[in-house]
Design a protein around this ligand. Structure first.
Ligand code: AP5
Length: 192
């Protein structure tokens, strides 16, 4: 198995690059944001509770997202590896993920961190908000709250993986193709 965490602030390109990476490396894409939006679309109790939190730009409780990831990993026993996008976002989520993978005799192989300036993030998300229908993209206040939540609670996740020497910083500005090539270069080094 080969497992990747694609990390970065809101709007750094995790979803965009994940689509390309899973096609190239045949990994299973697990995005907690997508899983939560599926719950919202299905109007489940979990989805309705999560929506209130997401619309404020805050993080959904750890136990909710950890439970979703546990089920998703269990439901994909044939996967060649996982690409985690938007998870883990707290130290508790990181520890839970390590335990979950260790129970399956595997681990995170590389932590790829997309680095993008705040102004570029706000520009990308505001542009997407014009057409995406994502309620957390529609006003700049919520976009900035998501970025603040990232600095307050999520950026420390990189420190957690740094202690295991797994973090690689990737310049997340440039064309989608340029960034994809930078990511592939780091992955290929570890696969060969
Ligand atoms: P989530 O769905 O994970 O969203 P996010 O982290 O805010 O990230 P985005 O999807 O907005 O951005 P991205 O980095 O994927 O960039 P993208 O490729 O889309 O989370 C949403 C919410 O769910 C959270 O706020 C939280 O409430 C909750 N949640 C999720 N996971 C959680 C967890 N683990 N714990 C607790 N709560 C959780 O690109 C953005 C835009 O930029 C697109 O329009 C794209 O076309 C464009 N773009 C991409 N690359 C480029 C480029 N190189 N140049 C120009 N434009 C580009």
């Amino acid at each position: 198995m080969f497992n990747i965490i694609l990390f970065g602030p809101p709007g750094s390109g995790k979803g965009t690059q994940s689509e390309r990476l899973i096609a190239k490396y045949h990994l299973k894409h697990l995005s907690t944001g997508d899983l939560l939006r599926s719950e919202i679309a299905a109007q489940t109790v979990l989805g309705m509770e999560a929506k209130k939190i997401m619309d404020k730009g805050e993080l959904v409780p750890d136990e909710v997202v950890i439970g979703m990831i546990n089920s998703a990993v269990d439901n994909n026993p044939q996967a060649k590896g996982f690409l985690f996008d938007g998870f883990p976002r707290t130290k508790a989520q990181s520890e839970a993920l390590d335990q979950l993978l260790s129970a399956k005799n595997t681990a995170i192989h590389v932590f790829l961190s997309l680095e993008v300036s705040e102004e570029e993030l706000v520009k990308r998300l505001s542009n997407r908000g014009l057409t995406s229908g994502r309620s957390d993209d529609t006003n700049e206040e919520v976009i900035r709250a998501r970025i603040a939540e990232y600095h307050k609670k999520t950026s420390i996740v990189a420190d957690y993986y740094q202690q295991f020497d797994k973090v690689v910083k990737i310049k997340g500005e440039g064309t989608v193709e340029e960034i994809f090539n930078r990511l592939c270069f780091e992955i290929d080094k570890r696969l060969s």
